[in-house]
Ligand binder design. Structure first.
Ligand SMILES: C[S@@+](CC[C@H](N)C(=O)[O-])C[C@H]1O[C@@H](n2cnc3c(N)ncnc32)[C@H](O)[C@@H]1O
Length: 234
């Protein structure tokens, strides 16, 4: 691990990001696209898919999540932001309608106060130094409208398989996973109010486990899912 690190820039991983991710998640029985889509599908538990809204995909990477934001929330204007120029370029090349992706300095969001109805972020905070989380969350708070929602999807460090996958993944070399309790605390410190902390992905996605997948919706309280997310409101 590098000693001086504010956050991990994915320029060097951008081109091969999906291939690398596909390899690391292979043993789960699902592919990288599956993991991008399942998170957006989770939002449908709380959000009306027909609503017109401005969504920020914070740490958008190559824009894969935004493909599914567009699919499941057709009336959104999507804004994606990332520190990696190379990733943002790939995101813009995907040609997602009504979506703009921009690079920024990783600290100050280039948006006015109260611009967004919803901020979505997936697997980004473990690439940012813990000491910077507070500042980043305050920026997210600032750019959210009153009543706006924040969804933060993260790896669960309590799950040994998750830790193994992260250990073996080349672009997670410097990642420092966030304990769910810490994540909730730092989120609330920014002024956002955590309404839910749900655990996800308890079973592999192989056909053999299909009958168990229905159980996942009643296991959201159980702190051993492979990932978790925070839903917070401004
Ligand atoms: C594991 S990738 C996830 C990409 C995307 N969210 C996804 O789920 O496919 C982590 C991303 O976080 C970005 N990142 C790192 N530090 C950041 C920061 N301070 N602000 C915004 N993005 C950041 C990286 O450049 C990288 O694209």
């Amino acid at each position: 691990m590098t000693e001086e690190r504010d956050f991990d820039n994915f320029d060097e991983h951008a081109q091969n990001y999906r291939d690398t991710h596909n390899k690391v998640v292979e043993m789960s029985g699902a592919d990288s696209d599956y993991f991008s889509e399942y998170k957006v599908v989770e939002l449908l538990k709380f959000e009306n898919p027909k609503q017109t809204m401005r969504v920020l995909d914070f740490g958008c990477g190559d824009g894969n999540s935004s493909i599914y934001i567009r699919k499941h929330f057709p009336n959104t204007s999507i804004f994606g932001i990332d520190v990696s120029d190379a990733s943002v370029k790939l995101a813009n090349e995907k040609g997602i309608t009504n979506a703009i992706f921009k690079a920024f300095d990783g600290a100050k969001l280039p948006f006015e106060d109260e611009e967004f109805d919803l901020v979505f972020t997936s697997m980004v905070f473990h690439h940012i130094e813990h000491k910077l989380h507070d500042g980043v969350l305050k920026e997210i708070y600032r750019t959210l409208k009153k009543g706006g929602r924040f969804y933060n999807f993260e790896h669960n460090p309590n799950n040994p398989l998750t830790r193994k996958v992260v250990r073996e993944c080349e672009f997670d070399e410097d990642a420092v996973l966030l304990k769910p309790s810490y994540n909730k605390e730092v989120t609330n410190k920014s002024g956002l109010k955590t309404k839910k902390l749900n655990y996800t992905l308890f079973f592999p996605r192989h056909k053999l486990f299909k009958i168990f997948l229905g159980l996942e919706k009643i296991l959201t309280w159980c702190p051993i899912g492979a990932q978790y997310y925070i839903r917070a409101i401004k």
